[in-house]
Design a protein around this ligand. Structure first.
Ligand code: FPP
Length: 251
């Protein structure tokens, strides 16, 4: 049976989030510079976006650049920005063809103007697409997102724009970058690291985690399918007991 046939299309994760880790180690393993690793990583991004879209995943969030990544060597930061810019330029047509809508989370004001210009263009041109949502986390960190949200919330409170206290979870999450997105059902991290690294701290409360040793540039369609098959074998209880869960009719 092919990997694809093992997938229950009725139980697909609605939202998959990925920590794409291991570009540097992939480069080292092949005796290349780190930037070649990021180039290869960008090719893996293309494959995984394509595969997710074909499978019918509704939301795909990729951790492309963290707040902490700014302190990497300037040359590496510049290379990542260039790769991102090229990616946006080269993928626009495919996003339009595949009905993909691009959105971002993170502190956009920290990004170079050129990137913001490209992002704005691609986001505007894909804004009417209703297929998969591709969400790029750029200059993103979960704590930064929460603090930016709280500060905006405080400003709104001072301006009496908030209906009432206490702040509910619903009001709070409307101040997060992910306000328009459902929480991730499945979070994948490559390269054998078992950390969240400041990714989607609020949103992963009930997310299923999947870790693999595979380095991001080597992560392909079949690896994604394997992660989904693994996810589908789990029982998500959201704090309930097994007996309290709705029974699924056999067959
Ligand atoms: C982690 O590998 C990866 C990153 C910090 C950047 C991820 C970026 C890409 C995959 C390419 C650009 C993205 C897009 C959307 C076009 P690492 O460098 O931390 O690897 P290491 O831990 O092995 O050193």
């Amino acid at each position: 049976m092919t990997m694809e046939k093992k997938i229950d299309k009725k139980k697909l994760p609605q939202h998959i989030a990925i920590i794409m880790d291991g570009n540097g180690r992939w480069a080292q393993k092949h005796a290349f510079g780190r930037i070649i690793g990021h180039q290869k990583g960008t090719e893996a991004v293309r494959d995984i976006v394509r595969a997710s879209c074909e499978l019918g995943i509704k939301y795909l969030t990729l951790y492309a650049f963290s707040v902490e990544n700014w302190i990497r060597p300037t040359q590496e930061v510049n290379a990542l920005m260039l790769l991102l810019e090229r990616y946006l330029r080269s993928e626009l047509n495919e996003m339009l063809e595949r009905d993909i809508r691009l959105v971002t989370i993170g502190n956009r004001s920290a990004l170079p103007e050129r990137i913001n210009k490209s992002l704005k263009e691609v986001m505007e041109k894909t804004s009417h697409n209703r297929g998969m949502v591709l969400n790029l986390a750029l200059s993103y960190s979960g704590r930064d997102e929460i603090l930016r949200g709280i500060n905006t919330l405080l400003t709104d409170m001072r301006l009496s724009k908030l209906p009432s206290e206490p702040i509910t979870a619903e009001v709070f999450l409307s101040y997060l970058d992910t306000a328009a997105l459902p929480d991730p059902d499945l979070l994948i991290r490559t390269s054998g690291e078992y950390r969240l690294s400041n990714f989607l701290l609020w949103q992963t409360a009930y997310t299923e985690f999947y870790f693999t040793e595979i380095l991001w540039p080597d992560f392909g369609r079949d690896d994604l399918l394997e992660a989904i098959i693994n996810y589908q074998q789990r029982e998500r209880r959201f704090g309930l007991t097994s007996d309290q869960l709705p029974k699924v009719a056999p067959g």
